[in-house]
Design a protein around this ligand. Sequence first.
Ligand code: UTP
Length: 292
Amino acid sequence: MNISATIKKAVLPAAGLGTRFLPATKASPKEMLPIVDKPLIQYAVEEAVKCGIEEFIIITGKHKRAIEDHFDNAYELEEKLKTSGKKKLLEEVNKLNKINFAYIRQRAALGLGHAILCAKPFVGDEPFVVILSDDLIEPSYNLLGEMIKVYYEKKSPIVALDEVPISDVQRYGIIDGILEGEVYKIKDLVEKPEPDKSPSNLAILGRYILTPDIFPALETQKPGAGGEIQLTDALSRMAKKKTIYGYPIKGKRFDAGDKLGYLKATVDFALSNSELSQKFKEYLINKVKALL
Ligand code: UTP
C-alpha cells in the first residue's frame, strides 16, 4: 500500500436516493440541486481542484445522465455564448472542461460504504479523498487542504468532524476520541447512535481522507444501520488495528441534504454573491420586518 503517494484522486458518491428531497430528487440526483446558480457537486469538485485533485470518480445511481452531462462540454451552448459575447458566462461554463471524470454505476443504493467500494478499481493503491457534496463547506474555508496537510504528516485516515446538538446525533456517524493537539485520535466510531448512548456530539461530516486498506474492510463489512453497508462501521473495525484521526472543522458547513440546511446555505451563498447580495439583503430585511 503506497500511503506516501500524493493525493490526486477524489471519490464523490452521488448514488443515494435523496428521500429527504423528494419529489425534487425523483428524476435528478440530490447532488444536482443548485445553491444560487451552481449544483452542489460542482462546489465539491471546485473545492477539490483547489487542493490539487486531478481525477474524479463519481459514483452514480439511476440518474447518471444529469451529472455526466453537467461536466461534459456543451458545444451548442458554448457557441451561443461566444457569438453573443457573454465571455464571463462562457468562462464559467468552461471552467472544469479539462478535469478528468470517471463514472461508476452503483447498481443499488446499498449504502455509502458500498458506494465507495465501487470505486476500488479506479482508486488503486493510493490514498484518496471522499467528498459528500451535500455537506457544503463555505468556499473561503480550505477544509480539504488542511486535512490533506495533516494526512501528509500522519499518513493515516482522517475524517472531518463537526460538533452537533446531542439531539441530532442519530443522523450522523459519531466518534469517541481524545484530542491530541489539533486532531482527535479516534477510539471508536458509531453510526447513528441513540442520543443517550452516543459517545460524544462529534459528528463525521462528508470529507474523508482514506487509505486503500479501506477496500478489504468494506468488502467484508456486514450491513448496519438502515440495512446499509456503512463506511462508519468499516472505519470502526479499522480503528481497532490502526490509528484514525478526526479533524475538527474551523469554518462553516451546511447540511444541504436537509431542507433547512439547504435553505440556510442558499441564503448565505446569495448574501456573499456580488451580483445579488445588495438586493437580496434589502429583500430579507423587509421580509423580516414584516414578520416581526
Ligand atoms: P445520505 O445518507 O445523505 O443518503 O447519503 P441519501 O440517500 O443521499 O439521502 P436521504 O437521506 O435519503 O435524503 C450520503 C452520501 O452517500 C451517497 C449519497 O449520494 C450522499 O452523497 N450514497 C448513499 C451513495 O452514493 N449510495 C448509497 O447507497 C447511499
